[in-house]
Design a protein around this ligand. Structure first.
Ligand code: DC
Length: 661
């Protein structure tokens, strides 16, 4: 994979701040179609700019509808009064269900010579129930591939609506929404009745349709969500100006982020701007579900805020959650469930099977990669809490499904490394998602201390870690442990493939400042001069450095890490919060190292120690990869004239200044 094909997310401690949500996809695409079909021009403010709205806009333009985009994101659609100027067109609608379904219904009722197609996955997403309902009333539609799926060819039929139409409601509510959006085009002299067969799922999305129809002058009545009546003489009239709400499904990730930091005492507040309690989108209910699970959620005019957990709770509650009304936001719950106190069962999610991918199968597979226990059924998913010790680093496949990429980003609150594959798939509804997350995320802090041999990095780093209650990484110890094994196995110190394999697979464990290889405590053995010399030789090999990278990064855990080495600030933790380049004159360092050796009962002359230091400095600074040198954003600290206390004091002072900034 190349760099753009995945995104490595740093482990998160918490999240706080504000996010302005992009416009709702469901509202944006419905409004575009309504405005295109209405009489008069409509200015739409806050329209979502994403893959799915782009395919809708392209389709409308292909149909001859004029659309202008303003600098501030607004757009003006010049409605065609129900008759698109172009009667013969080939429409490519990507993977946008919110474009394919209503456009199919509208064009079938208008009649013409149209083709509707999409990406291969779109040709696996069912549309047969909608096609059947349209054929029943005399529209002409042919499937060009498999029966019941796009691509479709639409001809000129003779639609009649004097008897009630029947449409299934239990596969996708978009079939009903599509009919309700299209039928007013007939301007029928009598009421048009649509009966839903089977239980209607995702009612809130139908509610969005009804509300938007009303804004365009069509007041649809319904009886218990089973029978819908479009009043006689209905026709679309532009409201002239209308605004799109922020996307409530996209809000779910940020609201969840405001809760998950609580486990590290850093819960929120995270405020999403663009939705509130009056939203017409069903997915705002996600915030109420979080509230019921124990989250501290606040509501205001135009915003919702999540502020961690209520009343001393340590984790979200688990249990059964009926998700039939929040199918998209429910995916977010599948990931927050990893952090809950008890198993969480998501019910009523059968529609996941026919979305951008089979979301039940995909979520189960990817959650299992993190180490979770997951059970799945035809229309449900049970996710068990994942104990810290069982989390595994994982590379999450995203199946060209924006919501999988976005909801799994929340796994970065867990204690393992996380990679999101094909992060650009979020462009379907939220192209700027990862930037928005980065802006509110508080990554687990890292203090990187780099410097030459015997500059006192180890003492400084372990003292600072203890003072702050952070974890400590002595990265040199990893190179030394690898060198110890290499010496024991008589490997040549320039045999890069063998040494890299050794580095990747050595059974190393760091526990405070003790280093273990399997069951053997090698903390003392790795300090031998011969081992240090060998470490400095194998450390010049790029393959060895690469092999140790993941191990070093995996030690970045809440509440924070102090890491010392040569390339902590430059390569391993380039996003470290504080970078210090610690130096001391060669003479001072040689003297310290000499004293240390003598105190350990190891005899050495000062001159020999000095020469050894100079050799190692040369290798560390001149090697081709991760050479020892201060990075631009590091603070230099020369401790030739400072004692340990003074050096520690200086660093803690810098840290406090950083934390206060
Ligand atoms: O800091 P130390 O003496 O324990 O390190 C042992 C060797 O490992 C040193 O010669 C250079 C190498 N090293 C490195 O190349 N990069 C690091 N981050 C840490 C150590």
């Amino acid at each position: 994979m190349t760099q753009t094909e995945f995104l490595d997310l740093p482990p998160l401690l918490g999240a706080s701040g504000q996010v302005r949500l992009p416009g709702s996809k469901s509202i944006s695409n419905r409004l575009l179609l309504l405005a295109a079909l209405a009489e008069g021009s409509t200015r739409i403010d806050g329209l979502l700019d994403s893959d799915d709205t782009r395919v809708m806009l392209d389709a409308l333009r292909t149909l001859g509808i004029a659309v202008e985009r303003g600098d501030d994101g607004h757009c003006v659609v010049h409605g065609c009064g129900g008759r698109p100027p172009v009667a013969s067109a080939d429409l490519f609608l990507g993977n946008a269900g919110t474009a394919v379904r209503p456009l199919t219904a509208a064009l079938a009722l208008i009649g013409g010579d149209y083709r509707v197609r999409g990406v291969p996955r779109m040709h696996e997403r069912p549309i047969g129930d909608l096609v059947a309902a349209l054929r029943d009333i005399g529209c002409r539609i042919d499937e060009l591939g498999s029966a019941g799926y796009p691509p479709l060819a639409i001809g000129r039929g003779t639609p009649r609506v004097d008897a009630p139409l029947r449409v299934r409601g239990d596969v996708s509510s978009q079939f009903l929404s599509a009919l309700l959006l299209a039928l007013p085009l007939l301007r029928a002299p009598t009421d048009i009745v649509v009966d839903v067969v089977g239980e209607l799922i995702s009612k809130p999305y139908v509610e969005i349709t009804l509300r938007l129809l009303a804004r365009f002058g069509v007041a649809v009545r319904h009886e218990s969500w089973q029978r819908f009546v479009i009043p006689a003489g209905s026709r679309y009239r532009s409201p002239q100006r209308i605004a799109v709400e922020g996307d409530a499904s996209s809000a779910s990730y940020f609201l969840a982020a405001g809760v998950l930091g609580q486990q590290h005492g850093a819960g929120g507040p995270v405020r999403v701007l663009g939705v509130d309690a009056d939203s017409i989108q069903g997915d705002v209910e996600f915030a109420r579900v979080l509230e019921r699970l124990g989250a501290d959620i606040r509501w205001g005019d135009g915003w919702i805020e999540s502020c961690g957990l209520r009343g001393g709770r340590a984790a979200l509650a688990g249990g059964d959650i009926d998700c039939i009304a929040i199918p998209d936001a429910a995916m977010t719950l599948a990931v927050t469930a990893l952090f809950a106190e008890a198993p969480t069962r998501l019910l009523g999610i059968g529609s996941w099977r026919v979305k951008e991918t089979d979301r039940i199968a995909a979520m189960a597979t990817e959650l299992a990669k993190l180490g979770a226990t997951v059970e799945a059924g035809a229309d449900w998913l049970r996710v068990h809490p994942l104990a810290a010790a069982h989390w595994r680093s994982a590379s999450i496949a995203t199946y060209d499904d924006h919501r999988i990429a976005m909801c799994f980003s929340l796994a970065s609150f867990g204690p393992a490394d996380l990679r999101i594959e094909d992060p650009a798939c979020v462009g379907k509804t939220f192209p700027g998602y990862f930037d928005a997350l980065r802006a509110i995320a508080r990554p687990v802090p890292v203090i990187a201390i780099d410097g030459p041999t015997a500059s006192g990095k180890g003492t400084l780093a372990s003292r600072v870690a203890a003072a702050l209650g952070f974890h400590y990484l002595d990265s040199g110890a990893l190179y030394r442990a690898c060198a110890l094994l290499a010496l024991r196995q008589h490997l040549a110190l320039d045999d890069a493939p063998a040494l890299a394999a050794l580095a990747r697979h050595m059974p190393l464990r760091c526990d405070g400042s003790r280093i273990w290889l399997g069951a053997e405590n090698v903390s003392d053995a790795i300090r031998a001069e011969a081992v240090g010399q060998a470490a400095s030789k194998l450390a010049v090999l790029p393959a060895v450095r690469e092999a140790l990278l993941a191990l070093q990064r995996s030690l970045r855990r809440a509440p924070g890490l102090v890491a010392d080495g040569r390339d902590m600030g430059s390569v391993v933790f380039p996003d470290a919060h504080l970078k210090v380049f610690l130096t001391a004159g060669t003479a001072a360092r040689a003297e310290r190292r000499h004293k240390q050796l003598i105190s350990q009962g190891i005899s050495a002359t000062l001159q020999a120690v000095l020469e050894d230091l100079e050799q190692r400095d040369a290798r560390d600074t001149q090697r081709s990869v991760a050479a020892l040198r201060p990075v631009a954003d590091s603070l230099p600290l020369d401790n030739s004239e400072l004692d340990v206390e003074q050096t520690v004091h200086q660093l803690l002072q810098w840290w406090r200044q950083h934390a206060a900034a």
